[in-house]
Design a protein around this ligand. Structure first.
Ligand SMILES: *Cc1c(COP(=O)(O)O)cnc(C)c1O
Length: 232
């Protein structure tokens, strides 16, 4: 079952790439495994998947030692400063940087591990009250500040688009994020690149790919619905 769903997602990604005239290699699928047991992650790993996304530090920290160490772990959820230390040594990318204070904490913890942590700035493009993230207007200034931190490297932008019945409704959101990344890239800031656009979830990843996503974060489409009452 997981195999069929995983292969269907893969086929959809290929199709969206073809439609957009992009190479499949430009898009990386992140399997969002939050609330799912490690057996399911192992199964998807066995199908060749290497990028996994979790939204909670504790859960990521618990899963990492139980799974192969060539997995790239993406922290995609809101991150509290006091928890950065638990993942600073292992996380492949933090997608949810939205304050200078958080960036400074990541700097401090990354330095302790003598590494540079790749990060994305989370932008609340649609301006939803319920969501974390920077406004479009505030994003360039924070990128310029984080550029000064030697152990943090900004590699792009991330957004969580609204849940909408028709994924086409999110096309302007994705387009806005991409334009923002083009604008920031145009500033040629040292220690910053805008190669990564993390956008698109189960409901809308094909549209996101058409609009330039390089990372798509798919949970339900691979693992099935989440049951928070039982599993969390
Ligand atoms: C849960 C989550 C996803 C995956 O959502 P699905 O709709 O299950 O694909 C993607 N991004 C973030 C930030 C999430 O928290």
């Amino acid at each position: 079952m997981i195999k069929d769903d995983y292969e269907a997602v893969e086929a959809n990604i290929e199709k969206a790439c073809r439609k957009a005239g992009r190479s499949r290699s430009e898009v990386t699928l992140i399997a969002v495994s939050k609330t799912k047991p490690v057996e399911m992650l192992r199964e998807v790993y066995g199908l060749g998947q290497r990028d996994f996304g979790e939204n909670k530090v504790q859960e990521m920290k618990d899963k990492i030692p139980q799974l192969p160490d060539d997995i790239r772990w993406h922290l995609i959820g809101h991150l509290q400063r006091n928890k950065v230390k638990y993942i600073a040594g292992t996380v492949a990318m933090i997608h949810s940087v939205d304050t200078w204070e958080l960036a400074q904490t990541i700097q401090k913890e990354a330095a302790k591990h003598n590494r540079v942590i790749p990060v994305l700035l989370e932008v609340n493009v649609a301006g939803e009250d319920s969501k974390f993230g920077l406004t479009v207007a505030d994003t360039p200034a924070l990128v310029r500040k984080i550029a000064e931190l030697p152990n943090v490297r900004v590699e792009g932008l991330m957004t969580v688009a609204p849940y909408v019945p028709d994924p086409e409704e999110n096309r302007p959101v994705f387009r806005t994020l991409r334009q923002l990344s083009v604008d920031i890239a145009g500033e040629n800031i040292d220690n910053v690149n805008m190669n990564v656009l993390s956008m698109g979830m189960t409901n809308d990843y094909e549209v996101a790919i058409e609009e330039g996503a390089t990372l798509v974060r798919v949970g339900t489409g691979i693992f099935g619905a989440r049951n928070y009452n039982v599993e969390n």
